[in-house]
Design a protein around this ligand. Structure first.
Ligand SMILES: C[S@@+](CC[C@H](N)C(=O)[O-])C[C@H]1O[C@@H](n2cnc3c(N)ncnc32)[C@H](O)[C@@H]1O
Length: 248
């Protein structure tokens, strides 16, 4: 039987965290873009749900005075930032332990495809946002290379499996149904960048817990399903996600 994603991340977080630590610049593109969105909205109190190991934190400008990581997986919680302006909340993304109208920006990167009820999370985000506050969601889109890679190759070559419930052009309607005004809704490229193809294969194998394929097979599948693109480093993998930004 397929475990819940909460159970899966109890077992997979260690390997995911290792990949993010070994290749801290691989996902710079998506974190820089989301940090720019936060800055351009002058958001100072930011809630990241689910945050993983709080990877976004170091990309946010100094004007962000409070970074709140929402996370339930202990291995990730242990790696979340712990500075004076950082808070970690061990709670579900659809039951965030914050007062109503208390944050400027809710961000969610690559997490909603694991949630059993996305709308419950969107409603919770709308509750904790201040009037005029924003939610920005980045996640994998159905029918794209990343969706095929995760629910196909990763599902077959990770002994825990992968069955993501990805976003589509209609997801923004579920966000709008929470009383938010959608300002951006598009699929965007975010290259993942490496110095070598060995690094690319090693990162993906560790990030996605691929334990039933060797690195050359992972590289071959990346090239077949995702492909390469231009980017800041020698080897750039074509990752892409839907971005939805909405305002209260
Ligand atoms: C792919 S990671 C993304 C983490 C981080 N935002 C990033 O960009 O690397 C998925 C996240 O969803 C969380 N997660 C998965 N299933 C969950 C569930 N059912 N309830 C709550 N959190 C869940 C995991 O703990 C993890 O933080």
């Amino acid at each position: 039987m397929f475990d819940t994603y909460h159970d899966i991340f109890l077992r997979r977080a260690d390997s995911y965290q290792r990949a993010m630590k070994l290749y801290p610049e691989a996902r710079d593109a998506e974190f820089h873009i989301i940090a720019n969105i936060v800055s351009s909205n002058r958001s100072v109190k930011v809630c990241d749900a689910p945050a993983g190991g709080g990877y976004l934190r170091r990309y946010l400008s100094d004007s962000v005075t409070q970074y709140i990581a929402v996370e339930t997986t202990p291995e990730f919680i242990n790696h979340c930032p712990s500075g004076a302006s950082d808070t970690v909340l061990n709670c579900q993304p659809d039951a965030i332990d914050l007062p109503s109208e208390s944050v400027d920006h809710v961000v969610s990167i690559a997490g909603t495809h694991h949630l059993p009820d996305k709308c419950a999370f969107f409603a919770e985000a709308a509750r904790i946002l201040q009037p005029n506050g924003c939610i920005t969601i980045f996640d994998v889109e159905v029918g794209t290379g990343p969706a095929e890679f995760l629910n196909g190759f990763v599902d077959e070559h990770n002994s825990i499996g992968h069955k993501g419930d990805f976003l589509d052009s209609m997801t923004a309607l579920d966000v709008a149904a929470q009383g938010l005004t959608v300002e951006a809704n598009a699929v965007m490229p975010f290259p993942w960048s490496f110095d070598s193809e060995l690094d690319m294969g090693t990162f993906c194998a560790s990030l996605f817990g691929i334990d039933r394929a060797d690195i050359p097979t992972v590289i071959k599948s990346i090239d077949h399903i995702l492909g390469r693109c231009s980017g800041p480093k020698k080897v750039n993998l074509c990752w892409q996600m839907r971005q939805i930004t909405a305002r209260k």
